[in-house]
Design a protein around this ligand. Structure first.
Ligand code: UT7
Length: 324
């Protein structure tokens, strides 16, 4: 069967590390509150980098790990909600920066923190249909430029980062076994950032302030519920049981959300990957950044079942099961 195999991973996080104590100088908060409520100790914040710089660095690292030339990439899909511009897409900037095959397909996917899994789902379908052979899939966000740095309920949570995978269409029992995307737009007000475009002079319309807004408590509950059901869906579609999961790589939003999901699945700690203490919630960057670290840490071996699950603004949620 033709499957999308992940043949290389890469990531990039800005150098500037900002600790909880640094943030406590900006807003009324404490290391103790942030650590116990979220698990986050520090995050990396962009320091002049553009979103396409970050995406391109992660993409370049993934190509190197895969041993594949940019000229062999015929599709680039970028999950992001913090693009440099309204258009062109970040994927087009990446295509130029990496010197990918001229004429390669390139587009962005907007699904907030589920962006990488939405992008993976789309690319998987192009590869399995035979219309592309090699795809570069990137998740990247720069939420430090979207949060209100005077709002302690959100500014402590997010960081900037990017991660990438190279997918290759191969006749194999390894690769993406199943992937699933979902949304509930009725609940958009749970988590959003308005203000990408401005009103014209002839209309009466309030321009949004542009900052990220979140109903944290409700989002927390919905995240636990929807990510739990998305994991079950991916397992059932792949003929697997929770005990078959070698490593769960969930969206890194909150340690308590990840613990609640793992407990429901009865997954031991060593089968759940967490790196949010170092990066915070990097939105679409979070899963591929965690995957790249897990690979570098030797936590992923051939034949392992890796389960990805995400939740974010939209509302959106998604999952994918992969045999490594
Ligand atoms: O990635 C996309 C999905 N996003 C998520 O999944 C995020 C989901 N939500 C969460 O992770 C959690 O709801 C938060 C971490 C955002 C908040 O944690 P919580 O345990 O739900 O706290 P809370 O919002 O119920 O706030 C508890 C108290 C409040 O004070 P009062 O009203 O009890 O006096 C807040 O004002 O904590 C206060 N608070 C803070 N205190 C110190 C809120 N933020 C802070 C802060 N430092 N940074």
């Amino acid at each position: 069967m033709l499957r999308s195999r992940i043949i290389g991973t890469g990531s990039y996080a800005p150098k500037r590390a900002v600790t909880n104590l640094d943030i406590a100088k900006l807003v009324e908060t404490s290391d103790e509150w942030i650590t116990t409520r979220t698990g986050i100790k520090e995050r990396r914040l962009a320091d002049g980098e553009t979103v396409s710089d970050m995406a391109s660095k992660a993409g370049k690292a993934a190509l190197k790990a895969a041993g594949v030339s940019a000229k062999d990439i015929d599709l680039i899909v970028v999950g992001t909600v913090t693009p440099e511009m309204n258009f062109p897409s970040t994927a087009c900037f990446v295509q130029a920066a990496l010197g990918a095959k001229p004429g390669a397909g390139a587009f962005d996917v907007s699904a907030a923190c589920s962006g990488f899994l939405y992008a993976l789902d789309a690319a998987d379908k192009y590869l399995r249909s035979g219309s592309c052979k090699r795809a570069l899939v990137i998740g990247v966000d720069v939420f430090s430029r979207l949060v209100d740095w005077s709002d302690r309920s959100t500014c402590v949570l997010f960081g900037d980062g990017a991660g990438a995978v190279v997918l290759s269409a191969e006749k194999s029992s390894h690769g993406v076994l199943s992937s699933h995307i979902h949304s509930d737009g009725r609940q958009w007000e749970m988590l959003y950032a308005a203000g990408a475009v401005k009103s014209n002079p002839f209309e009466k319309r309030q321009d949004g302030p542009g900052y990220l807004k979140m109903n944290g408590n409700e989002t927390f509950k919905i995240a636990v519920r929807t990510m739990g059901s998305a994991i079950t869906e991916a397992l059932e579609a792949s003929g697997l049981a929770p005990g078959d999961i070698s490593l769960l790589i969930p969206h890194q939003a909150n340690m308590r959300i990840i613990n609640a999901i793992s407990e429901r699945l009865k997954l031991p700690e060593d089968r759940v990957y967490m790196n949010l203490e170092k990066y915070g919630n990097t939105s679409a960057g979070s899963i591929p950044l965690a995957l790249d670290e897990a690979v570098a840490d030797g936590r992923v071996e051939a034949g392992d079942i890796i389960l990805f699950v995400a939740f974010g603004g939209g509302l959106t949620w998604a999952s994918a099961a992969v045999r490594w």
